[in-house]
Design a protein around this ligand. Structure first.
Ligand code: HH2
Length: 280
């Protein structure tokens, strides 16, 4: 399995990628405000690269339940200087931009980002396909029911696995019709995005279902609130180790990109699973 993103090319048949989360926002659910200043964001980027991140995912708009959307200018003001600085300092690390706005994605790839991570799976901005196709960036298509402001009000599915898969397949075809190469696509079922606890668990149970064509599956479960609900814990710190367990499980299930806040323990979990798998 080869995944291409801009000038990067990874063979994911034997290893997975760790995508470190860099939220340059005042209001992200687990680290909002910590990395809003450019220097703080760069320090966090350095720490994640040291810990073995393959990709840094830079986002300037929180998509937590209830979050208000941010204008294009403000989102660009937050992410572009950080992307430019990371690309300059760490040319070996791929930068991903977490945005659903085509102008932000376009400016980000011009600044050196190699991946577009679109949590709306191309439904947020009709200009996104063109930006992805022309830039030859990697393109992550994620499923969300509704929009962040209201998505957790009453999520409803008859069959979450089948419906999420059908959406991703449809959006994958749309991307390819628009000129995005299949080898640049990755699919993400969107844990916590318009999904109740039982939907998240059913999706995790069937991660193999989101393997479309030969494209990698990406999972973003890090520190998410369904963990707190399963375990009955309150503090954010109590979600760190359960996230590592989910990473190990996901890699064993064939997930090829894990999007996490805590790079080192998740990297180590992934490596251990890969070592065991390769023994056979
Ligand atoms: N989750 C979040 C944001 N972007 N992108 C992908 N592909 N998959 C995800 O699961 C995903 C994502 C939400 O997490 P976080 O970035 O930590 O928080 P916030 O949206 O509040 O900034």
């Amino acid at each position: 399995m080869i995944w291409r993103a801009g000038t990067f090319e990874w063979d994911l048949s034997r290893r997975c990628l760790v995508m470190g989360i860099l939220n340059v926002t005042p209001d992200s659910f687990s680290d909002g405000g910590r990395f809003l200043a450019r220097d703080a964001a760069l320090d966090q980027a350095r720490a994640m690269v040291r810990e073995g991140a393959d990709i840094l995912d830079v986002g300037g708009e929180s998509t937590r339940p209830g979050a208000e959307s941010v204008g294009v200018d403000e989102e660009m003001r937050r992410v572009i200087p950080v992307i430019e600085a990371i690309v300059k300092e760490f040319p070996e690390t791929a930068v991903s931009v977490d945005t659903s706005k085509a102008p932000v994605a376009e400016a980000a790839v011009a600044a050196g980002a190699q991946i577009i991570n679109d949590v709306t799976g191309l439904t947020g901005d009709s200009g996104m396909v063109r930006v992805a196709a022309e830039s030859k960036a990697g393109l992550v298509l994620m499923h969300m029911q509704g929009e962040p402001r209201t998505m957790q009000a009453a999520p409803a599915y008859e069959d979450p696995v089948a419906e999420v898969r059908a959406f991703l397949e449809c959006q994958g075809r749309l991307a390819m019709e628009g000129g995005v190469e299949q080898c640049r696509l990755a699919f993400d079922p969107g844990i916590g995005f318009g999904k109740a606890l039982s939907h998240n668990l059913q999706i995790l149970h069937r991660l193999d279902a989101f393997q479309l064509w030969d494209c990698p599956v990406l999972l973003g479960a890090s520190r998410k609130s369904f963990i707190a609900r399963v375990l009955g814990v309150e503090e954010m710190e109590a979600r760190y180790w359960p996230t590592v367990a989910l990473t190990a499980y996901a890699v064993e299930q064939g997930v090829r990109i894990v999007r996490v806040h805590d790079v080192l323990p998740n990297r180590q979990a992934a490596r251990m699973i890969e070592a065991v798998r390769q023994a056979s």
